[in-house]
Design a protein around this ligand. Structure first.
Ligand SMILES: Nc1ncnc2c1ncn2[C@@H]1O[C@H](COP(=O)(O)OP(=O)(O)O)[C@@H](O)[C@H]1O
Ligand SMILES: [Mg+2]
Length: 265
């Protein structure tokens, strides 16, 4: 899981400037990251046909570049927004930073523990109950069982879905899943909180509550990287913004400048 997260030593040797000390306050450094997905061109009708074709090397692949030479950095304690159309590559870069995907090229340096709230569903098992998912998701985030036992009530209380904890997740609404995901991810004070759109699916009341918790984490020094389509939210919360367009960084700079440019488009 952690293979994409370079150690400080490794990254310093990749990038001589990092050794100079100047980069100490960079908690995330993304340098020339490209991500290519390989997709089979042929449609196969069955698993058997797939393996037969694969053995005969008859399957042709097409590469799709979801990210091209993406570079940006995040300072410790900063709130950085990610904007861009659907398919721009926002979720892909967040998954790379979280260590879930390994980039095809480039270097990724993350100097802190990450609590990722990725696209809905990642990290959850829809056939298991809310309670079971708290434990699974907590384990993915690196919490021990003892720790989750201690925090369980707090997680449930914040999520406000207590009566549904023993119901399989497939019966939850997307808003309920978002509540649970956010409650689990923020029960600890992570150094880096990654929020991928999930907050936009909850109801207004929970969104406010989640924002209050995000603010609380931010004022406690947590670095936040988040995707939102609500520009006023981005303007209000972020110091800097990365605008991705078709897998490339279209613009990276102060929130106001980038949002203004994005809106005039
Ligand atoms: N696992 C994958 N395999 C193939 N293509 C993918 C995969 N994940 C994402 N993509 C493609 O990469 C592009 C960027 O996707 P994504 O990062 O989800 O964009 P965004 O979050 O900005 O909407 C899209 O065209 C998407 O279809
Ligand atoms: Mg996305």
């Amino acid at each position: 899981m952690n293979t994409t997260i370079d150690t400080q030593m490794g990254a310093a040797s990749d990038c001589p400037a990092a050794a100079q000390g100047d980069d100490r306050d960079r908690i995330i450094q993304i340098s020339n990251v490209s991500m290519r997905f390989r997709m089979a061109n042929d449609r196969v009708r069955s698993i058997k046909e797939y393996f037969v074709k694969r053995l005969r090397r008859e399957i042709e692949y097409r590469e799709f570049e979801a990210l091209h030479q993406v570079s940006f950095d995040v300072r410790r304690g900063e709130v950085v927004g990610l904007i861009g159309r659907n398919g721009a590559g926002k979720s892909t870069i967040l998954k790379i930073i979280s260590g879930i995907l390994k980039p095809t090229e480039g270097s990724v340096l993350v100097r802190g523990n990450v609590a990722p709230m990725l696209e809905l569903g990642s990290g959850f098992d829809m056939d298991m109950t809310g309670r079971e998912n708290v434990y699974i998701n907590g384990a993915i985030l690196g919490y021990t069982e003892k720790f989750i036992n201690e925090k369980y009530e707090e997680i449930v209380e914040f999520s406000e879905i207590g009566p549904f904890m023993d119901v399989p997740l497939r019966n939850y609404s997307s808003g309920m899943i978002a509540r649970l995901a956010f409650s689990i991810a923020t029960v600890v004070k992570p150094e880096i909180l990654i929020v991928d759109e999930v907050l936009s699916v909850g109801d207004a009341e929970f969104q406010q509550k989640s924002f209050a918790r995000m603010m609380e984490l931010m004022s406690g020094g947590t670095t936040v990287l988040f995707v939102s389509h609500t520009l006023p939210q981005i303007r209000q919360m972020c110091s800097r913004v990365v605008w991705l367009h078709q897998g490339k960084v279209q613009m990276f700079g102060p929130a106001k400048e980038v949002c203004d440019a994005y809106e005039t488009l």
